[in-house]
Design a protein around this ligand. Structure first.
Ligand SMILES: [Cu+2]
Length: 296
């Protein structure tokens, strides 16, 4: 088998595998439960179609060119070309137009989700504190304030109500992490030294999803930024509750927090890093956190 034929065979395998994975329903996105999710999915599939077709066309042209112009055995020469000006202009402009088209069609969705701040009055707010290698969540207590003694805390599991705008305030204590809530179509980096806000509105509770997809189904949390040796373990679950079930969770959590020793958790949020005059949470959100006054 000539080198040319081996190359053609390998390219054909690539084309078949590529097309198969592109059309395979097992690779579809997991169920969406965010109010704006269908817009993101729509963009995702449009871009997937563009890149899928471009992949197929360019590889078929490559195979054709190898067969047509390549070295065909003893006594023949491969055909060399110095290019074709019109052809090159054509595909450069076509690629440019595709990118321009993507830039235009995504603008409104991006603006709606990432630029405009949600204005709902009964917004549910949660602080998210990431560190190597866990997700920590803090909820307001009855006083409606963060950072007071009636705050509720959870680790690994994020509890939110259904049909309400949920706004998350994201901070990282150490390195870059990325909060990935696939069913809510949220993927957002957490950068030490700043606070990033994201929002969503869940249309389905965990119980409703379980009735549909099976007893063991959960909305997963993953870290989507390689953040160290334990990166793979930075997983969790979003528990979406109905109004009643959310109130029950809050009540249960208040009772639990009174029973167990919470000092480790409260120290993580409210304690101060050595040599600094602010809490870990404030420290994580400030580029130059204030140092404690030296005492002599
Ligand atoms: Cu991480």
């Amino acid at each position: 088998m000539s080198a040319r034929n081996v190359t053609v065979a390998m390219l054909l395998v690539l084309v078949v595998l590529g097309t198969w994975s592109f059309l395979n329903p097992a690779w579809e996105l997991p169920p969406n439960i965010a109010t704006y999710g269908h817009k993101i999915d729509n963009l995702y599939y449009q871009i997937l179609w563009i890149t899928g077709i471009a992949f197929l066309v360019t590889h078929l042209v490559l195979i054709y060119s190898l067969l047509r112009f390549g070295h065909k055995g003893e006594g023949t020469k491969a055909h060399y070309s110095h290019g074709h000006h019109h052809l090159e202009t054509g595909w450069t402009v076509a690629t440019g137009l595709m990118l321009l088209w993507v830039a235009v069609v995504q603008a409104q969705t991006w603006n709606e989700i990432k630029v405009q701040e949600p204005t709902a009055e009964d917004m549910f707010e949660v602080q998210v504190f990431a560190k190597q290698f866990e997700w920590n969540f803090r909820y307001k207590g009855a006083d409606g304030q963060f950072g007071t003694s009636d705050d509720l805390y959870s680790t690994t599991e994020l509890h939110v109500p259904k049909d309400r705008v949920v706004r998350l305030y994201l901070r990282s204590l150490d390195v870059l992490h990325s909060l990935f809530l696939i069913n809510l179509r949220v993927k957002q980096d957490l950068v030490p030294g700043t606070t990033t806000r994201v929002w969503f509105n869940a249309m389905q509770t965990t119980d409703e999803a379980r009735a549909k997809y099976g007893e063991k189904f959960d909305f997963e949390i993953a870290c989507a930024e390689l953040c160290g040796i334990g990166h793979h373990a930075m997983r969790g679950k979003v528990k979406v509750h109905s109004k009643e079930s959310f109130a029950a969770w809050q009540k249960g959590r208040i009772a639990e927090q009174e029973e167990v020793d919470m000092s480790g958790v409260t120290n993580l949020w409210n304690g101060k890093p050595e040599g600094y005059s602010v809490s870990f949470w404030e420290y994580a959100g400030t580029i130059k956190p204030p140092r404690a006054e030296a005492t002599h």
